[in-house]
Write a new protein. Structure first.
Length: 159
């Protein structure tokens, strides 16, 4: 047995077959794929984080406005609450809050100021919408140059 192994090793050496540098060649071939995966993961995480922040900012604004009818009409306060909750997202815009009125019996309110007929009471709702445009770290052909993320929240006011 020992003689055959030695002979085989001599033949392999004589042919010049070597395994030096094999790991380096494999690394050079897989490194670009690994870099693309890491950059793609980072970009996906950035967009997911910004999306969560935009929605949370809308929720913060609507929570501020839903405390009572007085706060629901405070557009500056609602905008301030939403803007300061999404301070980590540069360029985020907050649309003017939307006040809506419905009656507890399902009918539309009448008159100015809105009022309900019979025993139904007025339900006031506040809607806040936020938006941000994000630029990707690396522009890939075929993908959009910017991503537009929208956040929206609606809540009934406490009476």
């Amino acid at each position: 047995m020992r003689i055959r192994r030695t002979t085989l090793r001599r033949i392999v050496r004589a042919l010049g077959v070597r395994e030096d540098g094999g790991a380096l060649a494999e690394t050079a071939m897989t490194a670009p794929l690994l870099i693309v995966l890491v950059v793609g993961s980072v970009e996906f995480a950035r967009v997911a984080y910004a999306s969560i922040e935009v929605v949370n900012a809308a929720r913060a604004g609507v929570t501020y406005g839903a405390r009572s009818g007085l706060f629901a009409s405070d557009a500056a306060g609602i905008t301030w609450a939403a803007t300061h909750d999404g301070v980590n997202i540069p360029g985020m815009t907050v649309a003017a809050p939307i006040l809506g009125y419905t009656c507890s019996d399902g009918n539309a309110p009448t008159g100015t100021p809105p009022a309900c007929s019979g025993t139904a009471h007025l339900i006031e709702t506040v809607t806040v919408q936020t938006q941000v445009k994000m630029n990707p770290l690396i522009h890939v052909p075929g993908l959009p140059a910017t991503y537009t993320l929208n956040g929206s929240a609606t809540q009934n006011c406490y009476q």
